[in-house]
Design a protein around this ligand. Sequence first.
Ligand code: 0T9
Length: 378
Amino acid sequence: GEAVPAAQKSSWTSFLKSLAGFTGDLSAMTAPPFILSPTSLTEFPAYWCERPELFAAIADGKTEQARALAVLKWFISTLKGQYTSRNESMGSEKKPLNPVLGELFYGYWPANAARGGKTTLVVEQVSHHPPITAYRIENLEKGVTLTGHSAQKTSFSGGSIIVKQVGHAVLTVSLPSGESEEYLITLPRLRIDGLWYGSPYIELAETSYIQSSTGWLSTIEYKGKGYFSGKSHSFKATLTPHSHIHTSPHVIEGTWHTTSKESHSGATFHDVTSPKEEITVASIEEQGEWESRKLWHGVAKGIREGDFESAATFKGKIENEQRQRRRDESAGGTTWELKHFKYVEHDPVYERLGKLFKANPPTEDGYAYLGNGPHSES
Ligand code: 0T9
């Protein structure tokens, strides 16, 4: 196809061949230069808050039902950024930089009248084999936080990459009454299509859930071209109360990268056709050695400027340093210590809320936030 540069056609074909029958860690595979992104996966959790006013607005809901709807609206409104933004900024989905253990990404969205307080993001790469990214977003003035971790299991089927997302997120809202609500968020399955033509893009599939501690449950079904409405990026969400409350469910249908409507009233539910707000990040000069943009600077510059030899040299240097660090640790009988998170074998929120909708698996591990992010003032 047009998207693959002539000089990289054969390396793209052999990359695709090596994908067939592959299961495991895709991010560690070497891919041809044209498909490389200069951005590390540790930056991806920022997609959760590119509409910070929707995140903050969860706290303003006056009833359990209103807050459950606000969580659903915020969640749906993140999907465009999460799953289509590389196509918009770089022409297709690209292979992100594979974070090193201990890599960090910090940033914030400034406070303003519409969203109340400053919203901060702390990300840490908590595992390298397999890659696992932990994150925390908080708007403390509003009392809304999000804690989660993200990993992937990938396989290849029918010419597409199938990505099962492993991990979950927990959103908490602290109410003026002093009580708090929790929302367990599970993540959809991804299919990466368009590989043959060298212009990959994501379609979402199957079902994800948002279970509130108040009993409200959002069930979100995803469909691509040729199903439901026939359009790509379609979804249908149903918000149902506690089994003992008898009100009719909210049904919302639309396409997650544009708009959706409440089926009963026809009212617009979400609308992401307006611009989003990118996270504010310290300049590279101000960043520490473990911060993503500083750490990958040389590699990213090479990729951006088409100097892939230089990118490969910088990448090799990072990988050698990592290997040496792991050798030193095993020689010294030490292990790498996480900075902002603590590993939890069974996330208690997942176990408690997961039961309510028969989550599969019934238990999952997690990463608890230590509350020690760099809360730089603004
Ligand atoms: C969490 C998101 C995730 C991360 C990315 C599968 C993928 C790595 C994980 C799931 C975010 O909240 C949402 C969006 C995009 C996902 C990435 C898309 C992608 O292609 C990569 C994988 C590892 C590859 O790079 C596959 C090879 C590549 C040639 C295809 C472009």
